[in-house]
Write a protein that binds this ligand. Sequence first.
Ligand SMILES: Cc1cc2nc3c(=O)[nH]c(=O)nc-3n(C[C@H](O)[C@H](O)[C@H](O)COP(=O)(O)O)c2cc1C
Length: 380
Amino acid sequence: MRLGNCHNFHDFRALAKRRLPGPIFDYIDGAADDEATLRQNAASFERCDLVPNVLRGVGAIDLSVTVMGQKLAMPVYCSPTALQRLFHYQGERAVAAAAAKFGTMFGVSSLGTVSLEELRKAYDTPQVYQFYFHKDRALNHAMMQRAKDAGVNVMMLTVDSVTGGNRERDLRTGFSIPFKLTFGGMLQFAIKPMWAANYLTHERFRMPQLDEYVDMSGAMSIGRYFTEMLDPSMNWDDVAEMVRVWSGHFCLKGIMSVADAKRAVDIGCTGIILSNHGGRQLDGSRAAFDQLAEIVDAVGDKIDVMMDGGVRRGTHVLKALSLGAKAVGVGRYYLFPLAAAGQAGVEQALSLMRTEIERDMKLMGCSSISQLSRGNLRFR
Ligand SMILES: Cc1cc2nc3c(=O)[nH]c(=O)nc-3n(C[C@H](O)[C@H](O)[C@H](O)COP(=O)(O)O)c2cc1C
């Protein structure tokens, strides 16, 4: 199978599986505990049907949206994800370049492998910095200042990860940073020499968002970073202070309850992202799509509501937008293409997504996103 044969998420996933060592594939593909939330994220869209209108004159389709002050040419953005140069040597550079080509927003993870400054300089498209809250308040301030100086457009605080999720596939393979592979895990690397050749002949693996503050080369693993450096006692007052200090567009990623959505409004956030972290944190957590209407009804006129989780198709995006989401994030949807073929893969995935949304909008009888509404949806 080759990139030219990839027509959807499942094709990219299959190609990535062939190219990646098993432990890395499982790190991307896997989720917490029994992976029930991972399955629900995808299933939630299937419980909702689209009811099209016809004969509405849908010549030119406008896919643009404005979210947290950022104009996006399409309503889908690349959600921040960790460790991208491990999946393909181009890593974040490929994702940022593809996002810029399609006029959309991309997120840079705190656990990213290319510096947010380099990406900000190289690609002229809205950039989000995904932040974790550290025990050391001075460190939080220094990191935010750095992002501000670099010209990052939106600060995104992930609030669903005060502790790491229980990812049992990773326990089985020994996937961690630094690697602590089991014998079986090592064998999986041995049978994918092309990945190893690419990985070893390119720039050394680094996490530049953290390098300055945390020595990730020695004993500090990502697991220890989460348990030792991040602050599980973080509360609304802490975040309110961050929002004040940042004094720009600030969103919380991982909000699920109406009460929390209202508090996000109260402390001055300009966006919230309904998310269960792709099922990788609290297994059994509700799918964001299932929770979307409740949150939009409560705060949709006061704050930009977005969602991510399980989005694989243009119709999924239309369903979320019809319920009132302002934009939709994708994770694995672009990560498998990245792993399969670098920038060309991510571009192909975004191109397919744009074509699908455009086609689906026409079939729905809508020429702009604002024409989508709950009137076009029925739940089973
Ligand atoms: C491999 C991988 C790494 C991720 N790393 C991060 C991260 O560093 N920070 C974060 O806030 N979310 C992270 N996420 C979650 C995504 O931003 C997003 O919420 C999720 O992937 C959406 O679900 P989907 O993969 O079904 O689209 C990660 C997800 C995956 C699959």
